[in-house]
Design a protein around this ligand. Structure first.
Ligand code: CMP
Length: 138
């Protein structure tokens, strides 16, 4: 069944000039880009987005990194989008990511890992609503 998920091309990938290549991988995998924009987050906005990780030891590093430069948040659609995007992204730590995945190709470390993808339906709904208004999601 057609499903939507949320993704971000992270600051490391934008800085390194990989945005276009990552979008190409996503489209090649069959996703439709429903909405996309370029923006920069404040540290406070990054903290709100990643609030579920607030108690993790890496929270400060993660939110500072996510505010370190422009990002491309986007909403993607296909059958089984949430699970399929996570397959195309590869493991969080690029050292463990399978050959051919976005993180294997473009991530540099577990923190600077090129792309974010929602991990479940409830987080996808929260994350889409954090970045996009309903009228942007036609
Ligand atoms: P993401 O899928 O965006 O969701 C949470 C992020 O936390 C994750 O990708 C990683 O980039 C980051 N993360 C997870 N573990 C660590 C870690 N040990 N050190 C730094 N960042 C981490």
């Amino acid at each position: 069944m057609s499903q939507r998920t949320f993704s971000i091309v992270k600051p490391d990938a934008v800085r390194n000039g990989h945005t276009g290549a990552i979008l190409a991988e996503i489209e090649k995998a069959g996703f439709k880009i429903v909405a996309i924009k370029k923006m920069s987050l404040s540290v406070e906005q990054a903290e709100g987005f990643y609030h579920v990780h607030a108690e993790r030891p890496f929270f400060g590093e993660l939110t500072k990194f996510m505010a370190s430069g422009p990002i491309f948040p986007m909403v993607l659609e296909k059958d089984n989008a949430i699970a399929d995007l996570r397959k195309v992204m590869g493991a969080t730590n690029p050292a463990n990511a399978e050959e051919g995945t976005i993180r294997k190709k473009f991530a540099t470390s577990i923190g600077e890992n090129a792309i974010h993808g929602s991990d479940a339906e409830d987080t996808a709904a929260f994350e889409i609503g954090y970045f996009f208004a309903g009228y942007e999601l036609k």
